[in-house]
Design a protein around this ligand. Structure first.
Ligand SMILES: [Mg+2]
Length: 226
């Protein structure tokens, strides 16, 4: 992928990096699919294939559940989801870091940038998982269990005094891009997660990048002025 010179320079200028978690840093699609199907199974609904899930699932997940299970209270759904998530883990399904995630976080940390998490993942599940994977220490603050990230982004920016033109949000879903746009910050959409190139392009992210390795390659090149 070739970025124009100006856009490449802009990427180099970001001092504050806000990360989504699922599909951006961790490969947890198999567990989330298991947990979602557990919820659907409890209510006798047809289970989703991975493809169907990727086509239909969206954030905020309240919208998804209103569509597939209208009239069931969210707290009840979340309890079943947590149970499904735990039983998926117990049956041996894993959610490892995505390839290049550890390298990328270390790389950014060495550049002295500030890093944050903004995720819809259940806060307790996120906390345990991030510690188990040995990456929690990279983040100055973590906002997990966030239903609608658009409603939190200004709080994140304000609480940490992050200048909008020096801040970027990386995610794998259209909601992540829309959150960045809502906050007036940069958006990087990654193709390592839950949504397709076409879905992500529909909301015009500033950057659409294959994976964290490609992003690191771009950042590794010294920007030259002309
Ligand atoms: Mg995600």
């Amino acid at each position: 992928m070739t970025l124009s010179h100006m856009r490449e320079e802009k990427l180099h200028s970001y001092q504050n990096w806000i990360f989504d978690w699922s599909g951006t840093l961790v490969d947890d699609l198999a567990m989330v699919l298991d947990a979602t199907n557990h919820v659907l199974g409890v209510y006798g609904k047809p289970l989703l294939t991975k493809k169907e899930f990727q086509a239909r699932f969206r954030l905020p997940y309240t919208g998804f559940y209103e569509e597939v299970l209208p009239d069931v209270p969210l707290s009840e759904l979340e309890d079943h989801f947590r149970a499904g998530f735990a039983s998926s883990a117990a049956s041996g399904v894993e959610s490892p870091l995505l390839p290049h995630a550890q390298d990328f976080l270390k790389f950014l940390s060495q550049r002295g940038v500030r890093m944050f998490i903004l995720s819809s993942m259940d806060a307790r599940a996120f906390d345990e998982h991030a510690k188990d994977l040995g990456v929690k220490h990279y983040f100055e603050a973590c906002y997990a269990g966030v239903l609608d990230k658009r409603e939190q982004i200004h709080r994140v920016l304000e609480e940490h005094h992050l200048a909008v033109d020096k801040t970027v949000f990386l995610g794998d879903m259209t909601h992540d891009v829309e959150t960045a746009q809502h906050g007036g910050i940069g958006s990087i959409a990654l193709l390592t997660g839950y949504q397709s190139r076409e879905q992500l392009l529909s909301v015009t992210p500033d950057y659409l990048i294959k994976d964290l390795s490609e992003l690191r390659q771009i950042l590794d090149t010294t920007p030259t002025s002309q």
